[in-house]
Write a protein that binds this ligand. Sequence first.
Ligand code: SF4
Ligand code: SF4
Length: 77
Amino acid sequence: MTITLTRTQAPVVVDEEKCIADKGCTVCVDVCPLDLLAIDMVKNKAFMKFDECWYCMPCEQDCPTGAVHVNIPYLVR
Ligand code: SF4
Ligand code: SF4
């Protein structure tokens, strides 16, 4: 059995196929109370800039295309 202690995924993942930041959307960036999300200026897609999520969920709920997925850790559920 392999035990891994490093996390391979940020808590908030953006599906770049669905994200329409390249069309001007900044909803998830605007709603995050902790300012954790940003638009990647090279790819023009949203991404998690700081990994300090409160799992409050508006980024996932308000994204118009359903591109944001918040991975809530088991212990917080
Ligand atoms: S709200 Fe959704 S579509 Fe808009 S920038 Fe964020 S991830 Fe992209
Ligand atoms: S769940 Fe809340 S704290 Fe985490 S990225 Fe989304 S809006 Fe920000």
